[in-house]
Structures are given as C-alpha cells and as structure tokens.
Design a binder for this molecule. Structure first.
Ligand SMILES: Nc1ncnc2c1ncn2[C@@H]1O[C@H](COP(=O)(O)OP(=O)(O)OP(=O)(O)O)[C@@H](O)[C@H]1O
Ligand SMILES: [Mg+2]
Length: 250
C-alpha cells in the first residue's frame, strides 16, 4: 500500500473517536426563521460530527437551537443553508419520508402516543407503509415492547400506563424498525427521577447494542452518567464539547 500521507489521507479531518467516517456530518448549517420583518437564526453555521455508537447529549440554554438541530437530523425540517449528511447521504437530496420511516427513530418529551390505541398498536403504527405483513408487524412490535420491559402491558392504552411506561412504549415505537440513528428531545423531561433513570438506562443499552443516539436534555447531571459525549450549544453553535468515559468509547 502507498503511504497514505502521499494521497492526502493523513490530513483528512478525523471524527470524534477515530478516523472512521462519522455517521452524521453537519457542515455550516444555518436555520433561519422569518418572523415578519425579523429573522431568527436558530442555528448559526453549525458544524458537528457524530460517530456511530455515540450517545451524544446536547445541552444548552432555552433557545440555543437544540430542538432545531434534532428536527434537521430527523428529516422533519431542512436547513436554510449548509449540509446535513447521514451515512454519507446528503439529506437535501434524500427522500425524507423514506428516511424518516427507515433510518431514524424519534422520541419526544410528551411521548406522542395515540391515546385510543394500545401499546402494541402504537408500536405497530411505526411499521405502516413498510411493505410488511400484519403478522410480521405484530411480531416485531411485540419484540420491541418486550425489549423495553413492557411485555405485560401490550394491551394497555397510554392512559392506563405510567409516564415512564408511556415513554418506554414511545422508545419501542422509535426503535421497532431498528434505525441506525435514534433521536430524543428531552425524553425524561416529563418523568420522575426513577422513571427518568430507567429510560436513560434503556437508551444506554440501545447504544451498547450498536445504535447511535442523540439526546437533547436539560438534565446535565444525568447526561454525565449516561452519555459518551456532551455538546453544549449556545446561540446555534457548538460552544463546548466534552468526551465522557461512559460506554468505554471516550
Ligand atoms: N417555528 C419557529 N418559528 C420561529 N422561530 C422559531 C421556530 N422554532 C424555533 N424558533 C426559534 O429558534 C430558536 C431556537 O429554538 P429551539 O426550539 O431549537 O431551541 P431549544 O434549544 O430547543 O430550546 P428549549 O430548551 O426551550 O426547548 C429560538 O429562538 C426559537 O424561538
Ligand atoms: Mg427544545
């Protein structure tokens, strides 16, 4: 093999934990919202790389752009300028409906479950339009619920479950299709401390099984116990980042 430096490979920017290509590469992303005569710049030339296998916690004061960042990663929004790449695909030229169905799972603070559906039906919903049989969808949903410890609660509706259990249903729904990237916006924001801890432990398990997670949180102390890296946003940019020893990747 030729000397890599001769081909310029030695100067290729390294990703956070090695020299593999990152799973996510955000380059120069600006997201502006026009509000009448005013323009709000939620993300301001943001650069961020995320490696496969990270549990990245994103912190920062209210309005620093955390949710905006997650919406872009989730294919729910598009940047005003700049580029978001996931697994080498530029999202601006990717079918975002297909991306959302197959390649990403999103968990919200307020669970977003359908109240009239059982836990099982809520999880099965995530597999609609995937060309799978009803039987196959049910089996996959059952397995995802068992995975989050809710095998005994499959036929309960959200109103018949605790907050922590509802969030675990939402995690089962977000992960039933085994997306490589899992996004969570304040997943423990509505939970008591014990439920929050069990949700974070579950997210950490998903990471150790090979998923990559990006979690927005106000709870920095918990993030420190579970995340592999903490990135702090300020005014739509990365202000600081810190690698942590959790998960053995720092
Ligand atoms: N749809 C929108 N229209 C106009 N401005 C918006 C919109 N969404 C977000 N913003 C503005 O963009 C900035 C970043 O918002 P964002 O929701 O990303 O913040 P955040 O860090 O998630 O805050 P919080 O911790 O309160 O959830 C804020 O100033 C916000 O007011
Ligand atoms: Mg937010």
């Amino acid at each position: 093999m030729t000397d890599p430096s001769a081909e310029g490979l030695a100067v290729r920017p390294k990703s956070a934990t090695g020299d593999r290509d990152p799973l996510v590469r955000i380059s120069g992303v600006i997201r502006e919202y026009k509000m009448g005569p005013e323009t709000v710049r939620a993300l301001d030339s943001l650069d961020l790389e995320i490696d496969a296998g990270e549990l990245l916690a994103v912190v920062g004061v209210s309005g620093s752009g955390k949710s905006t960042l997650l919406q872009l990663l989730g294919g729910l929004d598009t940047p005003s300028s700049g580029r978001v790449e996931v697994a080498g695909d530029d999202l601006s030229t990717t079918d975002l409906t297909d991306y959302r169905r197959r390649r990403v799972g999103i968990i919200f603070q307020s669970f977003h479950l359908v109240p009239s559906f059982t836990a099982l039906e809520n999880v099965m919903l995530a597999l609609t339009f995937q060309g799978r049989t009803g039987r196959d969808r049910k089996d996959a949903a059952r397995a995802a619920l068992a995975r989050v410890g809710l095998a005994e609660r499959m036929h309960h509706r959200p109103g018949q479950l605790s907050g922590g259990e509802q969030q675990r249903v939402a995690i089962a729904r977000a992960t039933v299709h085994h997306p490589p990237l899992i996004l969570a916006d304040e997943p423990t924001g509505n939970l008591d401390r014990d439920s929050a801890e069990s949700v974070l432990t579950l997210l950490e398990e998903l990471r150790s099984e090979g998923s990559t997670l990006v979690m927005v949180t106000h709870d920095e102390a918990s993030a420190r116990r579970h995340a592999t890296r903490i990135v702090r946003l300020a005014a739509g940019r990365v202000e600081t980042e810190e690698h942590l020893a959790n998960g053995g990747v720092a």
